[in-house]
Write a protein that binds this ligand. Structure first.
Ligand SMILES: Nc1ncnc2c1ncn2[C@@H]1O[C@H](COP(=O)(O)OP(=O)(O)OP(=O)(O)O)[C@@H](O)[C@H]1O
Ligand SMILES: NCC(=O)N[C@@H]1O[C@H](COP(=O)([O-])[O-])[C@@H](O)[C@H]1O
Ligand SMILES: [Mg+2]
Length: 385
């Protein structure tokens, strides 16, 4: 019998699917967990479980039954208090249970970054009630950005332009949070020139950085990313300083997506994912080791001698415009007729409006050409009933 390490993935979306594939390539037994059946990573894992991942008892049951060597969070909304206990009992949580807990909640990571570590961030307030929210927004000023404490991909997020929009922003946040406890963050709106993800990997070789990934977001969700993003030497140094500071503090082994805003020569810390990042899907075609391969190598304790950007590249996620129980994706053939282009189809069992269901990935000699190719490929894709 082949003896190997066992990994439980908590969250089984498109990012987890690539993590599972990389783990399988190194012979790791992979168990996928998510809130619904046929989630992308479940399609390639050895086994899977469907549970509410915010239910600590359910997570414990799976961990006690499987006794994994590695517990690998793939989304932020997990019963992280249970992960702390499991870690105390000797289970390994990636990168650490504390990192999973702090980043699940915007308050935890923001206070750590701004107040404990002194990193530059947008101004912010927290509010539990509508009255506190109104006061916080007035103090921050307009426009401001309103987000539930626990959410991702822009869910529940809005830009509140003036006092007249306060009620609407509050309502959006209350409906969009993963846990309906009402607390929100109100952030100063940063008029940035561009924003980036600095993928940072902590491995047995120490800390390494990938080339910066530029991206554009709409409604808080990414619609395009490219690598490398053009930055001045000073901006890169400051971005690396911020990324090193926050990832050293979070600790453990693995890849992190450090999100930063660039405004003139100033670099702001926005947030960090202690796991592969959606904008980093572009690394599937640009690097010698993708962000998923890097994560798996790092957490298994394998070396990462060098991260090489092999070519400029770009990614464009394909988001459904409809809600369908049964659907197919057409136009993949035409998308693949664009040179140097790949498409990854996630095969999520149902679509929702705005749900990411595939991604187009292109390379070229320049970022501009790669962005153009990925856009052309994306434009061929359709969701059909
Ligand atoms: N303070 C801000 N000023 C200006 N733009 C902002 C601010 N906060 C967020 N944004 C915009 O909204 C996007 C999403 O914000 P954020 O990363 O906090 O949300 P998220 O739901 O955690 O997204 P994800 O899970 O995809 O990382 C940012 O990438 C940025 O484009
Ligand atoms: N920005 C975070 C992010 O991109 N997370 C990715 O989206 C999935 C959830 O998708 P769903 O909402 O379509 O199920 C997550 O499982 C993860 O792969
Ligand atoms: Mg983000």
């Amino acid at each position: 019998m082949f003896k190997t390490k066992k990994m439980v993935l908590l969250g089984s979306g498109e990012l987890g699917k690539e993590v599972a594939i990389e783990a399988q390539r190194l012979g790791v037994e992979t168990i996928a967990v998510d809130r619904y059946e046929q989630a992308p990573a479940m399609q390639v894992a050895h086994r899977s479980y469907v549970v509410d991942m915010l239910d600590g008892e359910k997570i414990r049951e799976i961990v006690e039954r499987e006794k994994p060597d590695l517990i690998v969070p793939e989304i932020e909304a997990i019963a992280t208090s249970e992960l702390l206990k499991l870690e105390d009992e000797g289970f390994r949580v990636i990168p650490t249970a504390r990192a999973a807990k702090l980043t699940m909640d915007r308050e935890g990571i923001r206070r750590l970054a701004a107040e404990t570590l002194g990193l530059p961030t947008a101004g912010y307030r927290f509010a539990d009630t509508y009255e506190e929210f109104v006061q916080g927004a007035q103090e921050i000023g307009f426009p401001c950005v309103v987000k539930p404490l626990m959410s991702s991909s822009g869910k529940g997020q809005s830009v509140c332009a003036s006092e007249a929009e306060l009620a609407k922003s509050w309502e959006i946040a209350m409906e969009g949070g993963r846990v309906q406890n009402g607390r929100v963050i109100i952030e100063e709106f940063i008029h940035f020139d561009s924003e980036i993800t600095l993928l940072t990997v902590r491995s047995v070789n120490g800390t390494n950085f990938c080339a910066p990934i530029g991206h554009i977001q709409k409604g808080g969700d990414y619609i395009e990313s490219w690598q490398p993003h053009n930055m001045t030497e000073q901006q890169i140094e400051e971005a690396k300083r911020i990324a090193r500071t926050i990832t050293d503090e979070l600790g453990g082994l693995g890849l992190f997506g450090v999100e930063l805003f660039l405004s003139g020569e100033k670099v702001y810390f926005s947030e960090v994912s202690p796991r592969p990042h959606d904008t980093g899907l572009v690394t599937l075609v640009t690097q010698n080791l993708s962000e998923f391969a890097l994560h798996v190598r790092a957490i298994l304790g394998f070396p990462i001698p060098e991260i090489t950007l092999v070519t400029p590249g770009a990614s464009r996620p394909f988001k459904s415009e409809e809600e369908y129980e049964d659907y197919s994706i057409t136009g993949v053939d035409q998308a693949l007729s664009v040179p140097d282009t790949q498409v990854r189809v996630f095969a999520k069992p149902v679509t929702k409006i705005g749900r990411r269901v595939a991604v187009a990935l292109s390379t070229a000699e320049t970022v501009e050409e790669a962005r153009d190719k990925a856009k052309r490929a994306l434009d061929f894709l359709r969701v059909e009933k």
